[in-house]
Write a protein that binds this ligand. Sequence first.
Ligand code: FE2
Length: 720
Amino acid sequence: MFDRLNRRSFLQAVVAVAASTSFGCSDDDDTKKPTADAKYFPQSVCSGDPRPDSVILWVRALDPDNAGADAPVRLEVSTRAEFSDFVFRGDFTALAANDHALKVKVTKLAARTTYYYRFVLTKNGTEYTTATGRTRTAPAAGADVAVKFAFASCQDYIGRYYNAWQRLLELDEDLDFIVFLGDYVYETTGDKSFQSGNTERRVVFSEPDKALQLGSGESTYYAANALSNYRDLYKTLRTDKLIQQVHERYPFIIIWDDHEFSDDSWGSNATYLDGRAAENQIERKRNSERAFFEYIPLDNTASAEGAIDVASAPVFPNTRVYRDFDFGKHLKLAVSDYRTYRPDHLIPEDAYPGKVAVEASVLGLALPTLPAPVQALLQSETFAYTSLDLPEHATQKAVLQGAYVQQAVAAGLTQDAATVKAQTWVSGNVSLFYANQVLTAVNAAREAAGQPAIPLLSTAGTLRGLAYVHLGKGSLFNIQGSRYIVVKPIYDLFSALRYATSAGLSEDALGATQQAWLQNQLKAANTWKIVVSSVSMTSMVFDLSAKTDIPDPTLRQVFYFNADQWDGFPAKKKELLEFIAQNQVKNAMFISGDIHASFASVEGGVPALTAPAITSGSIKELAGLAVIGAGYGPGSAVYKYVVTELNESLAAGNPGMRYVNGDAHGFVVLEVKGDEALAAFHLIPSTEVTKDYSVRGAAELQAQFTRVDFRVQNGAITKL
Ligand SMILES: [Fe+2]
């Protein structure tokens, strides 16, 4: 059918050219011009996944007077903005079953060529058209041309304005494409921990009763769950005129991160409950995938050309959205998927701080490889443990389990659920450092009640191992000490030992198939091998070890800020970087988003650039909320180092760091050439995100933006 349409469109093109040659633009022709009417195309158009001979074109088309019906449309593609010739015309249907979203793969195009496209809907004999989209195919294989693109991430819609996109439009750079690194949508509609209460820009679910209800009381909020909920996220965001215009002007290459499904997710698992209950949600995951496949202009089916059947795309666990692109001689882009195949975070959110995670027999393997002072520390009583299952510890075990149940019930578990968890977690080997702290606290209460004290557990003859408390876990059902804020040196050791004893499965972030694919991409002959990773490769380290003004000695340590990104899989990160070094891969680079901060760093010899968020709350804002939430107010030393001096602390914590800005929104423009890559960070202070600059004009917006430039060359990053 597609071939037939192609031939027909060829004939139509001949007729159109003949007509314009013979008669010019006659009035007769003008009356046949379709009228642009966004009413039938409320999300406008977009294009994506440009290749030398093909591109994906997208529209959402429906007749509001007959909204349940499929909508037939004609796609027109031309090399001219006025559509005076056609390289393609074809008839398609925007199916109600796909929420009226339609993707068409147009092939047989010329390399590095600008095309214009539009979709036309006919109603009662009148033709209505979308805005005109512009796109561009990739340069031919081997073409010796510089390639320029922008990359961006994290565009929370709620209460935040797309000033960064407006700036990109005003710059009007000659970009080949835009990479979007994930968090294209956010799954929640009003999570007060980070989303604004602005009622002008909000997402309202059409089927709210199908959404997940989270939080409680005043802080109740909803997260997408059903397919309609996920569709509503994309549908609402794409009504924004600025994101529409960016899509109309440039093709996008988009990968998901967590929020396209669920915050800090891994595979089909959500993490909202922080371990209070299992959150494996396969149907929800598949709903999120389906909406992504419908609304995002990527081809993850086996379509050769024509309409892409999104229903045929493999879904979790067989999903495949990682893919690679060639842009001539100088650029290979390997777009990776960090979320689908990854295992859980290494430290479970429900881990009992006292539970031993690495026993003496395993720790002993590592000891001889460590510096003498570290060996001495690990052999000290701080790391002593014993088994609660020994008959002589029955009393202490019962008391510790009782304390656990109390804490777990206070954290929202039922008595029964807490009791079951206590039996799993508060048994076997436990840290004496932790257990005796709990027993001491219990004894204080017993003494006040006139009850005899419980004997503390003796350290005599005990073994040494790592417990979760040593990794930074202080409480139950908490992200701190699991996904965020872990003790770096102990975590690195724990990671290496888990990695060695699980044959690498503990940190199999990409899955074996994707990893082999990525390694192949890195060996490509293109000058630059750029790995698109939703999460950052740049280590975020707070070294508080010498900060004597922090009163709590347990906080005077070296911390990783975030174990949800590559810092959480340090052994795998090291292995990837070593693969690059060992294979003498020249000009490998990582680009990322996710963390709402701008970074330029060199990690194990490999340059890594991280784009700030388009809108989502800056890392400085989020760190501020977290630090205050943990009880360290603006006057405290912890607040000073982690929030006020965030940029300086992160720069000091990572010797490869070349640039940090934790408090701006924006995007990065990157131009890759034969001998260098030039990166420009375009940044606006985070305070401006709640102001709508589309009504203030370009000059006011320009005055808010600064630009920071870097050269990447021979594995080094230089500020210009
Ligand atoms: Fe984000």
